[in-house]
Design a binder for this molecule. Structure first.
Ligand code: PNW
Length: 539
């Protein structure tokens, strides 16, 4: 008897050990399983770490003609059939009418911040302060008040891509220098009206996407195809507009004590062969042409990265231009732009592999200017968005790159998330896997690399209008039924997971712990029962 029992206990112990070993502590074990890089760690985030979730106006609000709202370039673009299945944001998640439900979702999640954007044409129908639509102002006032009443702080983005159509028609959008002052007037009004309650401001969301997809290759609104010059002109205006709004805030509203910056996006560029200096340089060029395009001036010295000036300048000369397609800042402008930030807003979703390759095309092109080819290896995990392959360790690499490049700024990850398919429901294990892996890398960056990440915003609070993909790609922590006129929201598995993470403020001990230990425990019990049965029958 004793011998049998001892044997059972011994076998149980072995099965536990085996279970521990068979359950990998990697999130994408079949692809990323370098122990030094990909093992999940346990630990807590700093006590004052900010957890939030994010959305943007055009993607959720609907109410496209409510009150005196003017048209935005995205209203026009989507009504021109440029979206999957001819969809548009006319109703979207109907947050214009259902914002209180959104606030309830946020409260239930336990986030302390909500990042949303203001629709410029909703408050200024033609984009200028000549006419203010007070009903639009009222909407944001109600939203902000409701957030604060429920213990959620607002982080407000002024420009998440929905330019008033009037400014596109009248001035040619961001290609015109006139938008510097017009944007500044808009920003000034928003600071005046909401500054007392809003302590975090973001001028522009992802200007790289605005300039390249909107002005370079006609993929996003306003739908301009001019890959060699328009993106550089648009970026030039945006950088100046950002700087001007920053100074307006500091000069007129500093008593509110808020913080202001810009949110930049880039994939993390990885050299194809890290032992080849050309590839290392190509990956660095990619980073400078995407993040550095905006960050170098704002976070460093008021000017574009040297590599951009050199590359675009030389290509322009070879193409017969009299001057570089990359505009120049005056010394005065450089002084005005330098240092216009209180933190670094970073959106990141994925990584990309870069290889040096001299561009032989003769047409002027922002991508050709980089003398670089990039791709995502087939073996990387996939999502529903073709451009988005989960590479958790890439986020840590990117955070370190920002730290080293821009003198260790406070960083807010203002967006990170993953898409699932149209018919994916509320049980979104893929999203849990993604968040667990990515947020764990943020923890590593803070604990092991001393990167000053101060907050993390999950994109997105709920499924919404995913630009040209319409409603076919779901990024939400909450499910939205777009076939139902009421646009009901339902909690997904990932929302519950995120809520638990926030409540604990990190990954529980033995995180290998969390799920895994529980699974191991169950396996251990089951195998003991089986082994006991087997042993008692046999012996
Ligand atoms: C960001 N790309 O956009 C935006 O800030 C969000 O509005 C958007 O919903 C989210 O990411 C998910 O896409 C991106 O094609 C849009 O590489 C497109 C790309 C990247 C980011």
């Amino acid at each position: 008897m004793i011998a049998k029992l001892t044997l059972c206990v011994f076998l149980c112990f072995i099965s536990l050990v085996v279970a521990q070993e068979t359950y990998p502590e990697y999130s994408y074990p079949s692809v990323f399983s370098e122990p030094g890089r990909d093992l999940l760690i346990a630990g807590k985030f700093p006590a004052d770490f900010i957890w939030g979730s994010a959305t943007s106006a055009y993607q959720i609000e609907g109410g496209w003609q409510e009150d005196d709202k003017g048209l935005s370039i995205w209203d026009t673009f989507s009504h021109n059939g440029r979206i999957y299945n001819n969809q548009n944001g006319d109703v979207a998640c109907d947050s214009y009418h259902k914002y209180e439900e959104d606030v309830a979702l946020l409260k239930n999640l336990g986030v302390s911040y909500y990042r949303f954007s203001i629709s410029w044409p909703r408050v200024l129908p033609n984009g200028t302060v000549d006419y203010i639509d007070e009903a639009g102002i009222e909407y944001y006032n109600n939203l902000i008040t409701s957030l604060l009443d429920n213990g959620v702080e607002p982080m407000v983005t002024l420009y998440h891509w929905d330019l008033p159509q009037f400014l596109q028609d009248e001035y040619g959008g961001w290609e015109s220098d006139e938008l510097v002052d017009i944007f500044n007037d808009y920003a000034d009004l928003m600071f005046e009206r909401f500054g007392e309650k809003v302590k975090y401001w973001i001028t522009f969301n992802e200007p790289y996407v605005v300039c390249w997809l909107g002005y370079g290759i006609n993929v996003f609104a306003p739908g301009i195809y001019d890959p060699g010059a328009a993106p550089y002109r648009a970026a030039h205006t945006i950088i100046k507009a950002h700087a001007k709004a920053y100074h307006t805030y500091k000069q007129k509203y500093s008593s509110y004590g808020g913080k202001l910056s810009i949110t930049l996006s880039t994939d993390f560029g990885i050299p194809e062969d890290p032992n080849k200096p050309e590839d290392v340089a190509a990956a660095e060029r990619y980073m400078q042409f995407t993040a550095g395009w905006f960050a170098h001036a704002i976070f460093k010295n008021g000017d574009y990265p040297d590599t951009m000036k050199w590359q675009v300048g030389n290509k322009s000369m070879a193409q017969g231009f009299e001057e570089s397609r990359l505009p120049e800042f005056t010394e005065e402008e450089k002084d005005e732009i330098k240092g216009t930030y209180d933190f670094f807003g970073l959106n990141s979703y994925t990584s990309t592999v870069c290889r040096a390759e001299v561009d032989t095309g003769t047409e002027p092109n922002y991508e050709g200017d980089q003398d670089m080819q990039r791709y995502q290896p087939d073996e990387w995990p996939t999502s529903t968005s073709s451009w988005l392959r989960p590479v958790p360790w890439g986020l840590r690499g990117l955070l370190n790159w920002v730290k080293n490049e821009y003198n260790n700024p406070d960083i807010f990850i203002t967006e990170n998330g993953v898409s699932t398919a149209l018919d994916s429901g509320t049980e979104d294990e893929e999203r849990v896997t993604f968040y667990r892996a990515y947020i764990n890398e943020v923890l590593k960056a803070i604990e092991q690399d001393n990167v000053k990440v101060k907050g993390y915003f999950a994109w997105s609070l709920m499924d919404n209008f995913e630009w040209t993909s319409g409603y076919s790609q779901r990024f939400g922590l909450h499910y939205v039924d777009f076939d139902d006129n009421d646009r009901p929201r339902t909690v997904k598995t990932s929302a519950q997971w995120f809520k638990d993470l926030i409540a604990y403020n990190g990954f529980e001990e033995g995180y290998s712990a969390g799920n895994l230990v529980q699974q191991n425990f169950v396996i251990c019990i089951l195998s003991s029962v089986l082994i006991t049965l087997f042993v008692s029958l046999r012996l």
